[in-house]
Every structure is written in structure tokens, then in C-alpha cells.
Design a protein around this ligand. Structure first.
Ligand code: ZN
Length: 168
């Protein structure tokens, strides 16, 4: 399973709501969780593997893998916190992002069962990061313009170097 990276148009598109959670979503969820494990990440959203639907999976250490379909974040804490984030679609980049400390989310799992979950700390963090992917938003959109430009310039320089190496 290939994980799409920065520059791919699909990462910038809004994912569509899932109309009905049929048995095929067991397989889609499994693919998502497998790709998440292969990439050694803690969260992965549909668009990152080219599935333009509102589905993401998270797997935080000490918990089981969880799948969220058609999620809505129904509450966020006023309290925010800063935490270093990375993304399988933006390899090699880690930067502090400020987000609400806690969230309440409503979603359906891969079996079509509705659930509501309150999360804080790392789980709240990864939920917000993955939810953003469904909106076409990346974590580097949530930092200062200056910092973002610096990161993009670094990525561009790196890929230029790689391209030059390939030509040699
Ligand atoms: Zn990500």
C-alpha cells in the first residue's frame, strides 16, 4: 500500500462522506490499519492512501487500533497545548503544532456502529491531525507562515538534490 506524500493533489481534496457502511468497510479499515502499521505511524486517513472518503484509523501505544467513519468533532477544549507532530505524508518533518488539548468526537466504526469518544493528550492530538486530512489540511498548515515556508524550502532543496543524484 503506497502512502501519498506532499505534492499529491488528493491530499488537498476534501474527502466525501461514506453513504452506507457495508461489509466492504471491514476490508477498507483493515487496509488502512495495515498501511498504518507498515508506515509505523499512529494515525492514517483514507486520502493518504487514495481513498477519498471520510475514514481514518488511529493506533496509539497501549490501545487497540480504532477506526472512525464519518467523524465529527463535536467539542474541543478551550485549553490548547503544543506538541511535536509528524505525518506519514510529509516524511522527515517534525514540528510543534498548537491544538485543543481535548476533543469529543462522534463517529461510526468499521462495523457500522455509532460511538462517541472523549479524548485528551496524544489520542486527542492524533484524532485532530487525522480529521484535518479529511478536510485536505496538513499539519504544516497549522504553523506560522514563516516556519511553513522554511520547511517547504527544505523539502524542495532535498528533492532537487535527489533529482540531481538520479541524473548522475
Ligand atoms: Zn498526517
Amino acid at each position: 500500500m503506497q502512502i501519498l506524500t506532499l505534492g499529491n493533489e488528493l491530499l488537498r481534496q476534501k474527502a466525501l462522506p461514506v453513504k452506507a457502511i457495508g461489509p466492504e468497510y471491514l476490508k477498507i479499515a483493515e487496509e488502512l490499519v495495515n498501511a498504518l502499521h507498515e508506515g509505523d505511524g499512529i494515525g492514517l486517513a483514507g486520502p493518504q492512501i487514495g481513498i477519498m472518503e471520510r475514514i481514518f484509523a488511529i493506533h496509539v501505544a497501549g490501545d487497540t487500533a480504532r477506526v472512525f467513519i464519518n467523524p465529527s468533532i463535536i467539542e474541543t477544549s478551550q485549553e490548547t497545548c503544543k506538541f511535536e507532530e509528524g505525518c506519514l505524508s510529509v516524511p522527515g518533518v517534525y514540528t510543534d503544532v498548537v491544538r485543543p488539548e481535548a476533543v469529543k468526537i462522534q463517529a461510526w466504526n468499521e462495523k457500522g456502529r455509532a460511538f462517541t469518544m472523549e479524548a485528551s493528550g496524544i489520542v486527542a492530538r492524533v484524532i485532530q491531525h487525522e480529521y484535518d486530512h479529511l478536510e485536505g489540511i496538513l499539519f504544516i498548515d497549522r504553523i506560522s507562515e514563516l516556519k511553513k515556508n522554511r520547511i517547504l524550502a527544505k523539502i524542495a532543496a532535498k528533492s532537487e538534490k535527489a533529482a540531481a543524484k538520479q541524473q548522475d
